[in-house]
Design a protein around this ligand. Structure first.
Ligand code: ATP
Length: 168
């Protein structure tokens, strides 16, 4: 069991200096109940997904802002929005970017730096967490990733003996 807000705070604290160094405004807006726990899930995977999305947002943004929002999209779902004002991802690449080693070939100085594996891992982890990862269709304004996890399933698992004693 772990507290989602702790994970959010930790990831934000880890990446805020890199955003600051580039002069990017990095805002965190967390509306999740401070005591909301995730049960029998993997905090490392959740952390990795969020870190990957935020690292990319910083990497592909030269000026402007990154908005990191966490809220309940309904009573059973926690939603994370990672929105940047960077170079954007062309809509016809929305699926390819999740493939391992795929990188969009652009003029941006950071394009093709890195391994192109980050989003493939993020997608795989998302599926292991029973969540969803997708892009919002506003690519002309930058990039927005939406990552959701179903806390209803997590809570149900709490009552199931099959899940007892699983380390979180
Ligand atoms: P690394 O594995 O080191 O993170 P990478 O950033 O190239 O390398 P991914 O994180 O898998 O690899 O991203 C795949 C591609 O998607 C990137 O090469 C980039 O073209 C594009 N991309 C990802 N996030 C963003 C973003 N926030 N804005 C613009 N393009 C992005």
């Amino acid at each position: 069991t772990f507290n989602i807000s702790d994970v959010i705070d930790e990831v934000y604290a880890t990446l805020a200096p890199a955003a600051k160094e580039k002069g990017i405004v990095f805002a965190k807006n967390n509306l999740i109940n401070a005591n909301e726990a995730i049960i029998h899930s993997d905090s490392e995977k959740l952390k990795e997904v969020l870190k990957q999305l935020l690292e990319n947002a910083i990497k592909y943004t030269e000026k402007g802002s990154i908005d990191f929002r966490c809220f309940y999209s309904d009573e059973n779902t926690i939603e994370f929005l990672i929105k940047d004002t960077g170079i954007g991802i062309p809509q016809d690449k929305f699926e390819s970017i999740f493939n391992a080693f795929y990188q969009v070939d652009t003029e941006h100085k950071n394009a093709l730096h890195g391994s192109g594996i980050g989003l493939a891992i993020a997608k795989a982890y998302t599926q292991m967490l029973g969540g969803k990862l997708s892009l919002e269709n506003n690519w002309e304004l930058g990039t927005t990733f939406r990552f959701t996890i179903d806390i209803h399933l997590q809570k149900k698992a709490e009552g199931s003996s099959a899940y007892k004693n699983t380390s979180a």
